[in-house]
Design a protein around this ligand. Structure first.
Ligand code: NAD
Length: 379
């Protein structure tokens, strides 16, 4: 079978994060005008209108406001502004819960960057407050809504690898001190390779395979200082308060057994990022920190990998999760990158660290259903 025959046939377009084409526009206030804010502010989803921004560093908020035509405000004013429906929280992990809680208390829906919180308590509090207040909460990553991972979803749902049996996830690098202008937070609680990059890999696996039942793990690296290698803070010494190498086992409720390694301690590697194996084939998945391919399939009895063209989806950029949340507020779509999904991922990450500390498996008490696949429309 040629690679082309594995494609989606006549299904070539998709509504992306804008399901109905008639959803109301959500007015969004962005808090945290740092490195990743640009990706959100340039994403241009038709149902997401950024109207204001704030940062603990007011000069940064002012510069962002001028660049993108927004109103710069103090954080407290943005949280109280009646014209804002949704707060998009792009602060550092240690501020995720505080800013998100304050936004919920002011009656705002919230979309935040990963992780949902530093621990289960922070995450659970956000979910409870949102639920009690009838407010929506969504959380990155949203790359599982990219064309690459949605194509993998279709292949798995079509039975192209049979029954999933095993998965392997490897995120290994030598850390963000090589490229980020202010990398200190990556080495504090809520950072490290597991909490910073693990959500991409774990969210991909959970949205493809379903919930994780229990985890086992081991980790190292706390207390071993790092040195900034580039940028304005070059040669600054960073204290390390989070593991820099985490190895784990994930047992999924459907019986799939996965291994995961996340590391900021590796200089070079040939490990594949993400693979899922089944009774009828193997799937090589794209980097789950991206929205595209490549996707490759190795069918039972074949002699080589086949490239699978990614399904045609529009609007594949960071912020698609926020656009989905806006759809759900308008009653025209699903909040797929939900707080509940992010809580399950947080539960798994905390469990991996706890397992190593306690020397035993950790059962996850949270559960989540796979969010619906993106709707594809016939051309
Ligand atoms: N940089 C990336 O490539 C990237 C990619 C995906 C996700 N993320 C996530 O996005 C978040 C932000 O990352 P970043 O790289 O943009 O960080 P950054 O340090 O560049 O920006 C964070 C901003 O938040 C502001 N801030 C911190 N505490 C605050 C508070 N209490 N109130 C108001 N503002 C506050 C800081 O002043 C800063 O401007 C993190 O959760 C990170 O994991 C980053």
């Amino acid at each position: 079978m040629g690679a082309g025959t594995l494609g989606p046939g006549t299904v070539t377009t998709e509504s992306g994060g804008y399901e109905s084409g008639r959803a109301e526009t959500a007015r969004v206030g962005l808090i945290g005008c740092g490195k990743i804010s640009q990706a959100y502010l340039t994403a241009n989803y038709p149902n997401v209108a950024y109207v204001a921004c704030a940062d603990i560093d007011q000069a940064r908020a002012k510069a962002t406001a001028e660049k993108y035509g927004l109103q710069a405000m103090p954080v407290s004013d943005l949280l109280s502004d009646r014209d804002i429906d949704v707060v998009c929280n792009l602060t550092v992990p240690s501020a995720h819960a505080e800013i998100s809680s304050a936004a919920l208390e002011k009656g705002k829906h919230v979309y935040l960057e990963k992780p949902l919180g530093l621990d289960r308590e922070e995450g659970a509090t956000l979910l409870n407050v949102a639920e009690e207040s009838g407010l929506a909460i969504g959380c990155a990553p949203d790359t599982f809504l990219g064309a690459g991972l949605q194509t993998c979803r279709r292949l798995i749902d079509e039975g192209r690898i049979g029954v999933p049996t095993a998965a392997m996830a490897n995120m290994v690098s030598h850390g963000p001190e090589h490229w980020h202008p202010d990398p200190a937070f990556f080495y504090q609680r809520g950072g490290g390779p597991l909490f910073d990059m693990g959500p991409y890999y774990l969210t991909a696996l959970v949205t493809l395979l379903g919930p994780i039942a229990r985890v086992a793990g081991a980790s190292r690296g706390v207390g071993v200082d790092r040195r900034v290698r580039s940028g304005p803070r070059a040669d600054q010494i960073l204290p390390v308060d989070t593991p820099t190498h985490v190895a784990g086992v994930l047992e999924f409720a459907d019986g799939t057994l996965a291994t995961i390694v996340t590391s900021f301690d590796v200089w070079g590697s040939n490990l594949p990022r993400l693979e899922i194996h089944g009774t009828e084939g193997s799937l090589s998945l794209p980097d789950p920190n991206t929205f595209g391919g490549p996707v490759r399939l190795f069918s039972a009895g074949a002699t080589q990998w086949q490239d699978v063209p990614t399904d045609g989806f529009d609007l594949q950029r960071r912020g698609i999760g926020l656009s989905n949340l806006a759809d759900s507020l308008a009653g025209t779509g699903y909040n797929r990158a939900s707080g509940r999904l992010a809580y399950h991922i947080l539960d798994a990450m905390v469990g991996l660290i706890e397992s190593g500390e306690q020397g035993k498996y950790v059962d996850l008490t949270s559960a989540v259903e796979r969010p619906p696949a993106l709707v594809r429309k016939a051309a």
